[in-house]
Design a binder for this molecule. Structure first.
Ligand SMILES: C[S@@+](CC[C@H](N)C(=O)[O-])C[C@H]1O[C@@H](n2cnc3c(N)ncnc32)[C@H](O)[C@@H]1O
Length: 234
């Protein structure tokens, strides 16, 4: 069955950072990421994307703890990474920044809207820009310009998003079973409707595709991934 893509505002994005419903929903998100094996999916794709990155940016990074788990797995192979954790909410604690420091990664938080960040002049390329459960917040027409601006700024781009299909939709209706609150239960369903399938993200990637190798694929039971690597086979 073909599920048309529809993007609707998610409640978590509009709650204050310290709202107890938001705090609880972000804890749900950490559990959902564990359940979806996001860390393993992302760590594998990141290693396919780049060999020895120095500069990584995560968009919509939330509290940064997903990336901390990935960094812990990769830090021996990838020492001394400079990581920017961008989110429009100020969610990354000093404790999380110190935990990155302890494994030899220099992490900084950047509290900004992604559009604001992408509107800044390009100052050199990052080795990797990535995101988890973030790109589905945007309509296709916004994504076209956003992906073009990202392509100018990086040598590799990887995202892990909800897969828009019946099984993930059924799963999203069951997140209450792992104790998710009302905000998460509603947002989970919305995020699957706003998710991706097939080669939709490849079609939105900027046209000069000869300079890029693209891979777009389902991952695990619920995720949909897109990887773009400049001038190399992903
Ligand atoms: C569903 S959460 C995912 C957080 C994190 N990536 C994870 O997997 O735990 C989406 C995040 O995107 C952020 N966000 C939404 N719209 C944004 C925008 N326009 N610019 C920057 N951050 C945004 C929200 O504040 C939120 O932290």
């Amino acid at each position: 069955m073909n599920l048309p893509r529809s993007v609707h505002p998610e409640t978590l994005d509009h709650l204050a950072e310290c709202d107890p419903l938001a705090v609880r929903s972000r804890a749900d998100l950490r559990r959902i990421n564990r359940f979806m094996r996001t860390r393993a999916i992302m760590a594998r794709a990141m290693q396919d994307a780049v060999a020895a990155p120095r500069r990584i940016v995560e968009l919509g990074a939330g509290d940064g703890t997903l990336m901390l788990g990935i960094a812990r797995a990769l830090a021996r192979r990838w020492p001394g990474v400079h990581l920017t954790l961008l989110d429009r909410q100020d969610l990354v604690t000093q404790q999380t920044l110190d935990a990155f420091d302890a494994i030899g990664w220099q992490a900084e938080r950047c509290v900004a809207d992604v559009a604001e960040w992408l509107a800044q002049p390009v100052r050199g390329r990052h080795d990797l820009i990535l995101a988890n459960l973030f790109i589905h917040h945007f309509e296709d027409r916004q994504l076209t310009s956003m992906l073009a601006a990202i392509a100018e700024r990086t040598n590799a781009f990887f995202i892990c998003e909800p897969r828009r299909a019946l099984l993930p939709l059924a799963g999203s209706r069951l997140v209450g079973l792992i104790g998710a609150n009302a905000v998460t239960r509603e947002d989970a369903v919305l995020s699957v409707h706003a998710g991706f399938t097939g080669k939709e993200l490849s079609a939105l990637w900027p046209r000069q595709q000869h300079a890029w190798r693209l891979a777009e694929y389902p991952a695990g039971l619920f995720s949909h991934c897109f990887l773009a690597v400049r001038g190399a086979a992903p």
